[in-house]
Every structure is written in structure tokens, then in C-alpha cells.
Design a protein around this ligand. Structure first.
Ligand code: KG4
Ligand code: ZN
Length: 352
């Protein structure tokens, strides 16, 4: 009996049916790109409303495509963390309703662990543990040590923007639409990646496995609108392509430097990668090359499993096998990976 997985962490409404052997029987993704394009970024309120409209048809379609009946479902797994609160709640409510009415187990899973589990879905037992995990997405750029599919130990992460966010912002500066990553990649094909030497912040710092993309983004911005100028320069198509290619190269170099360092520091020779930015061809090729250099196995799933999808929610089976079943009190954890800000100490404040 298969598992229904639901994914609504951001702006894709997705459902998939996965067998106990982790075979994907169906996977449906309804993208909201066209709804957010005019705002050049995801608008949380629009995202949650669109999830409400789409979630039931998407689930129905996944069940139909898998050629099963609802009553044949073994369990429902829902991405409950991290993500946009309204979006997460829509997926969880649907999952609760289905699990409750069919009286089948409900499982809450982690979206980042699921991105890394996409390698298990794509490559089966080739993904062994311990492993290194790289998530490069719109909201995260993180390196993990994976003892198993579920327990992620953070090795490092971005100290400012996520890499996907930087792709989207630079794309916007270059006048491209949303989501910017794929469009920037396309423009970069016509450009010279050596035309500008942009910074690779933290890349040479071998003491830490953290990333930083905000300085890189600002460096591109200054090329387009130098400090002191009140409006952007008028760029030729070739100049725009050169900027895109040079930015992309710097972003990819920054990621590759830290994956290389993680391999050296942990002596792990298996790396699972996931998240929308790992759909980027330059990054995929650079990671493959890195794997050859270090004699490491870098597992890069096919593109449809890198961007948000529910097939990676097959991780729900790992929770079932551990007997980690939730009840209907299950709640979402939108900011679970966000570092807590230190409260400033106030003089004279009493300790509580
Ligand atoms: O994993 P994902 O689908 O959603 C999140 O969990 O954030 O990642 C979305 C991000 C967006 O920033 C998008 O621009 C970026 O992945 N992206 C790409 C490419 N395809 C998607 N960035 C660079 N090159 C691509 N081909
Ligand atoms: Zn994602």
C-alpha cells in the first residue's frame, strides 16, 4: 500500500504517491510562478490562497495517475517545516483531513531532509550514510552531515542571502522575470564568465563551512548602478549576458569551494545534493568534476526532483519505519532553521 506525500512549503502545490520500495507511482506539481511573476518574488498571501484552490485537485490527480483508490493509501506524509506559515498550513490541513477520514497514519516531514532524500528516490541504495548533504534553494544554502535520512546535523549555512534568492535578485536587476534562476542561467549561456571578477565571499576561509551571497549581489548591483548614480546604466544585451555569466560563475565557485571543504573536513565520500538551484547546469557540472577530483560520489538528482516536488516526500517511509507517527495535533514549524536572535541586554533589567 503506497504513501501519499504532500508538499506546500512555498509556491508549488505538489502531491505524489510513493510505494514502500520508494518507487514514484505519480508526482504532480502545480507551479504558481505566473501568479508571483509580476511581483518578482513569492507573495505569501497569494501563495496560500493558490494552495487552497489547488491542493485537492492536485491530490486527486496524483491518486488518479497512480491508478489507485484513496482507500488503498497506507499513510499521508506532509512537509511541515520550514516554509511559509500559510502555505504549510494548507498542506497540513489537507493531510489531516485525509488521514483523519481514512483513519490512516499522518506523518510530518522536513522539507530540507526531503530535498536530500530526492537522491534516495533517484539513486536508490547508492545513497549510503553517513553522507554530506548540500541544499541550495530559494530559502536555504546549507551543508549537513547526515547520519541517516532524517537526522541532519548542520555543518554550515548562509550568513545572509540564500543562493536562490541571490539568483532571483540579480535576475531582477538584469530585467529578467521570476523565478530568475532559470532565466539567468539561459542568459549566462551567451555571456563571458571572465568579463567581471566578482567576489566569492568566505570561499577561501577554510575555518568554516558557511556561505555568503549578499556581497556578490551588491557587486553586481554596483556594475548596473554604480554608487552615486540615481538610475541604472543602460546595458547592451552582451553586457547583461556577461554580468549574468560572471555572477553565476562566482556563485557556483562559492558553493563548490565549501562542498570541497566539507568533503575534506568530514572524510565523507558521499554527497547528496538538492534544492532548486541544483537544477543549474554549471553547478551540476562543477559538482560532478569535484566528485571526480575527490573520488567522492556526488548524487545529483534529475532536475524535476531538485526543484520543489512531493516525490521527495517519500522520506515519509523512513518515519513510518521508525514508527514516528504524528497525531492530529501536529503543527507546522515555519522557522525551524532560523537562528534565534540574541536579545539585547538591557541595563537594570532583572533576571527572570
Ligand atoms: O527548492 P526550490 O524549488 O524552492 C525552495 O525550497 O526555495 O528552489 C527555488 C529556487 C529559486 O530561487 C529559483 O530561482 C532557483 O531555485 N532555481 C535556479 C534554477 N532553477 C531554479 N537557480 C539557478 N539555476 C537554475 N536552473
Ligand atoms: Zn525547496
Amino acid at each position: 500500500m503506497p504513501l501519499l506525500a504532500i508538499e506546500t512549503t512555498c509556491d508549488e502545490t505538489a502531491a505524489a504517491i510513493i510505494s514502500p520500495e520508494r518507487h514514484v507511482l505519480s508526482s504532480v506539481v502545480a507551479s504558481q510562478d505566473e501568479l508571483h511573476a509580476r511581483w518578482r518574488g513569492v507573495v505569501p498571501e497569494i501563495a496560500s490562497r493558490a494552495h487552497v484552490e489547488r491542493i485537492i485537485p492536485v491530490i486527486d490527480q496524483a491518486i488518479q495517475k497512480a491508478g489507485i483508490r484513496k482507500t488503498e493509501l497506507r499513510a499521508v506524509a506532509v512537509a511541515i517545516r520550514p516554509g511559509l506559515i500559510g502555505s504549510l498550513l494548507v498542506g497540513l490541513s489537507a493531510g489531516k483531513a485525509i488521514a483523519g477520514t481514512l483513519r490512516i497514519p499522518l506523518i510530518g516531514y522536513d522539507h530540507l531532509a526531503a530535498h536530500l532524500y530526492a537522491s534516495r528516490i533517484a539513486f536508490g541504495e547508492e545513497l549510503t550514510y553517513p553522507a554530506i548533504g548540500l541544499v541550495a534553494s530559494g530559502g536555504h544554502t546549507s551543508l549537513f552531515h547526515l547520519k541517516n535520512p532524517i537526522d541532519l546535523e548542520a555543518l554550515g549555512g548562509t550568513i545572509d542571502d540564500a543562493i536562490g534568492e541571490a539568483f532571483d535578485k540579480v535576475a531582477s536587476l538584469l530585467g529578467l522575470g521570476y523565478p530568475g534562476g532559470p532565466q539567468l542561467e539561459k542568459l549566462a549561456l551567451k555571456g563571458n564568465s571572465r568579463s567581471h571578477r566578482f567576489p566569492r565571499p568566505l570561499a577561501k576561509d577554510s575555518s568554516r563551512l558557511d556561505f555568503s551571497f549578499s556581497g556578490l549581489k551588491t557587486a553586481v548591483r554596483y556594475q548596473i548602478q554604480p554608487p552615486g548614480m540615481t538610475s541604472p546604466r543602460c546595458l547592451s544585451d552582451q553586457e547583461r549576458a556577461d554580468l549574468a555569466a560572471s555572477f553565476q560563475q562566482a556563485a557556483v565557485d562559492s558553493v563548490v569551494a565549501k562542498v570541497s571543504l566539507a568533503i575534506q573536513k568530514t572524510s565523507c565520500r558521499i554527497v547528496a545534493v538538492g534544492g532548486g538551484v541544483t537544477a543549474n547546469k554549471l553547478l551540476r557540472t562543477a559538482l560532478e568534476k569535484l566528485g571526480q577530483q575527490h573520488c567522492a560520489k556526488i548524487l545529483i538528482p534529475p532536475i524535476h526532483l531538485c526543484t520543489d516536488n512531493a516525490a521527495m516526500g517519500g522520506i515519509g517511509w523512513e518515519h513510518i519505519e521508525r514508527n514516528e507517527i504524528a497525531d492530529l495535533e501536529l503543527d507546522v514549524l515555519p522557522n525551524v532553521y532560523r537562528k534565534k536572535k540574541q536579545q539585547p541586554k538591557r541595563h537594570g533589567a532583572s533576571h527572570q
